[in-house]
Design a protein around this ligand. Sequence first.
Ligand code: SAJ
Length: 438
Amino acid sequence: MTLSALQDKITNKESTVAIIGLGYVGLPVACMFAKAGFKTLGVDIDQARVDKINQGINPIEGIEPGLSELVQSVTETQNLTCTTDYAMLADADVITISVQTPVDSDHQPRYEHLKSALTTLGNVLTADTLVIIESTLSPGTMTGIVQPTLEASSGLQAGIDFYLGHCPERVMPGRLLHNIQMMNRVIGGLTPEIAEVMTTFYQQIVQGDLDTTDVLTAELVKTTENAYRDVQIAFANEVAQICEDVGADVWELRQLVNKSPGRNMLYPGAGVGGHCIPKDPWLLISSATHSTPSLIPTARAVNASMPQHVLHLTENALSKHDIALKDAKIVALGYAYLENSDDTRNSPSEAFVQVAWSAEAEVCIHDPYVPAYQQSLDDMVHNADALVILVAHDMYKTLDWQALLSTMRTPIIVDSRNVIDTLPASIEADFVRLGSPK
Ligand code: SAJ
């Protein structure tokens, strides 16, 4: 089948779509193509996950508007069926791959999951199929790893016997369906003709702009946009610490700076978590062979140091009461990496708790969204020496601080996310806010 024939098949919704990897990215994408009227096959190595979805159950925890209902409806109509059997991919016309692409402790990309999916797919890949990688990749991976792996395992030639492209995902937990539908997407085709057919494919579910380019530029866009955000956050964190030194308020400073045209200072905080921002800067600079990036790794180090800095603020507050960390009871408020989310991947709170424990402090963890930490906050706070706000969950914005402080052994509150605007003067407490006068 020629590319234009494939394009017509997509336009007529006659093409079979397959999605390899049914996680935060793949599952909503599979549901949206199924909802759009395509016969859609979901493929994952996790049999339990496949079974759950085939029963119409959404395996993704957390608040994801519309997703559970959509999983149920598209599996009921059989528009979406899921399997662990890669052989079923032989009938697919368009196949996307959304498997994890982590970095290791040396910040190097680890492509074992991707290579495994590519090799297994290659063994069943048939001619004229369009294969699209949605996973985030370090620049050069499409031509350096993806294309040769698929060609070696299929015996087919990319761009001639089958078609290949890269459309990096742009999802965000809590807004999975909305982002897939509304966010602009970069369409990286191995050839411009392939990019054009990919555009027809994504037009079926995406209302945002679909900007075509080559695969290398597509790899660079995703890793750069997240490295950019990481550097922006690091800047805010560094300025926050300068404000502490000089006795100014970074939150007021930020508002005034951002009134200057072209400024957009982000928020300082307890650190940077999630599955994208801590990882993608390393994917970007892993491709720097002759240049030696320094700003991006330094920004990573600044952000990674913030949990320790928040513990330092806590330790200082305790020392004013002659309490050492090893004798203190600390309550950590928030364990997810993002406000009003249950997602704890790479959470700065995890790093905070680890350094607090290594200082022998007693730490209780509370998080209204994370099942393991939903015990009574009132009970946790009893006899505590410090409440440390690490995540700006909405619930924390309406707490009765007077009541909580009254049962504490030492009335210390450390706020790393500017959750508390001002404590009423009537409340007796040592209130420490990140980026504000000590
Ligand atoms: N954070 C700060 N200060 C800020 C913003 C975020 O400390 O000003 C922290 C958050 O607390 C969190 C981490 O950084 O721990 C990441 O927050 P995020 O708002 O960047 O949320 P993510 O990780 O879900 O980022 C995703 C990314 N989207 C994709 O990778 C497709 C990112 O590129 C988006 O900019 C972001 O969503 C978004 O703005 O929605």
